[in-house]
Ligand binder design. Structure first.
Ligand code: ATP
Length: 270
């Protein structure tokens, strides 16, 4: 970790291999993030401006945050994280200050990635009947727009925003030079579920009777977060059964799976 004016900035440790599935998406993100940061000279040489913002959208628990961290790791970029909901709930004016400070710190620590979770809370469409020009959301949004436009001169800074309500995002943010790329992060399909289970049992001692492909088949609609939870819980069940257990067996996975119901519904992902 490097120190920037008293603030510890870390490059995340999570890598692309820690994310199951999403092969094409990872490739697209890799290019979109790594190129402008690692090869900014090439962009300058050709007279094209690198991307400044990427919007990731999709249901909760399907790795938007983890993808942003892996991108920062791959590009060896400092990672700054902001939450739209947190900014929104701050005292009047504080959210804007934090937003501006974060961009400032990111410039000092470049190359940097600013991850903006729950972006829709701040970047919601303007002009609704209940809002007026001085509402908290509008002021935060206009600060965000100003900061994003200011990135034109800044090198090696990229904003990755995440939302599960992409239609709520204000059109002003979707203009070229702001969020130039919009990527959907879907819930995992069979192959991805299998890979996610492999990732999260990598460091576990699992019994020979555990068939991860079978578990993947039986967990349709489970998100990555829920699959991770399933693995962790199975380990806990094994310990609860026998504190000196040496492996986590199929029956432990089955016990947990039987008690879980996915939060997503088929209708939500279609
Ligand atoms: P939210 O919208 O709720 O913020 P998110 O889409 O940002 O969710 P993450 O926070 O990245 O999701 O994922 C939650 C957890 O689930 C993480 O701890 C991560 O390890 C695990 N996870 C989710 N998807 C995957 C995946 N494809 N591979 C491995 N782990 C995953």
């Amino acid at each position: 970790p490097s120190i920037t004016r008293g603030v510890t900035v870390e490059i995340p440790k999570v890598s692309w291999e820690d994310i199951g599935g999403l092969k094409d998406l990872k490739k697209k993100l890799q290019q979109a993030v790594e190129w402008p940061i690692k090869h900014s000279d090439a962009f300058a040489r050709l007279g094209i401006s690198p991307m400044r913002g990427i919007l990731l959208h999709g249901p909760p628990g399907c790795s938007k945050t983890t993808l942003a961290k892996a991108a920062a790791h791959a590009a060896q970029a400092s990672f700054f994280s902001l939450s739209g909901a947190e900014l929104y709930s701050m005292y009047v004016g504080e959210g804007e200050v934090l937003l501006r400070n974060t961009f400032q710190r990111a410039r000092l620590a470049a190359p940097s990635i600013i991850f903006f979770d729950e972006a829709d809370v701040v970047a919601a469409k303007r002009g609704g009947s209940s809002s007026n020009s001085t509402s908290v959301g509008e002021r935060l949004l206009s600060t965000l727009l100003t900061e994003m436009d200011g990135l034109e001169q800044a090198k090696g800074i990229l904003v990755l925003a995440a939302t599960n309500r992409p239609h709520a995002i204000d059109a002003a943010l979707m203009r070229p030079g702001r969020f130039d790329l919009v990527l959907y992060v879907p819930p995992p399909d069979l192959e991805a579920r299998y890979e996610i289970l492999c990732v999260h049992t990598r460091n576990m001692r699992i019994g020979n009777d555990v068939d991860l492909m079978q578990i993947a088949e039986d967990t349709e609609l489970f998100t990555g977060a829920e699959l991770e939870g399933l693995c962790v819980e199975a380990g806990i069940v094994a310990l609860r059964e026998d504190i000196s257990a040496t492996v986590v067996s199929n029956r432990h996975f089955q016990t947990v799976k039987a008690s879980l119901k996915p939060a997503l519904t088929q209708a939500e992902i279609n």
